[in-house]
Design a protein around this ligand. Structure first.
Ligand SMILES: O=c1ccn([C@H]2C[C@H](O)[C@@H](COP(=O)(O)OP(=O)(O)OP(=O)(O)O)O2)c(=O)[nH]1
Ligand SMILES: [Mg+2]
Length: 170
């Protein structure tokens, strides 16, 4: 197992528990909300986590949703995954939205609302060219793999789902 990367962390809220991994081998360390909040169906909020970090150069942290919250309550992150830049020293915030059509969701102070995944990221240099080199995929995208019409209008699109209005017309 590789040695963990050391990351400096500061508590903006002096009482907040530090992010922690639930199990050895987990990719994400859980983040908590420092504010209680209530979200009606369709409502969103920017919740403070009470911590700020200083990542080493060449790293970024990504704010990912928690699957349990998504499956049980319909809570998603509007910008998933949120990107925390290495140079960002502000408080990490989590932009949650309640996608449940009926139920209001309530968060208590220090409920775990998201998870932080720290990763090495490449910096690239962009070189402008008139033509890009060819590839097997070429310009096919947006469901171009398979036998049905793709969203982008090209042929060969994949059938992986259909909207109800389509099904009713069949
Ligand atoms: O879920 C998130 C996403 C971002 N951030 C913080 C860290 C990040 O470094 C900064 C800017 O985020 P991003 O680049 O995604 O937002 P932007 O709208 O492009 O703002 P900016 O112009 O400040 O880059 O906001 C969070 O606290 N939580
Ligand atoms: Mg940005």
């Amino acid at each position: 197992m590789r040695e963990p990367v050391d990351v400096l962390i500061r508590r903006v809220d002096p009482e907040v528990p530090l992010p922690s991994y639930g199990h050895p081998g987990d990719a994400g360390a859980d983040l908590m909300t420092c504010e209680a909040a209530e979200l009606a169906p369709g409502e969103r909020a920017v919740l403070p986590t009470g911590v700020s970090i200083a990542l080493p150069d060449g790293y970024a942290a990504f704010v990912h949703p928690r699957s349990g919250l998504a499956a049980r309550c319909g809570v998603a992150l509007v910008n998933a995954p949120g990107t925390v830049d290495a140079g960002y020293r502000g408080e990490i915030k989590v932009i949650v939205v309640n996608l449940d059509p009926r139920e209001t969701v309530r968060f208590e102070r220090f409920d775990r609302i998201a998870q932080l995944v720290v990763q090495q990221v490449e910096k690239v240099r962009f070189h402008e060219v008139a033509e890009l080199p060819g590839s097997a995929r070429a310009e096919g995208g947006f469901g171009s793999t398979g036998g049905h019409a793709a969203v982008d209008g090209s042929t060969g699109g994949n059938r992986y789902a259909s909207v109800v209005s389509d099904r009713e017309g069949q």
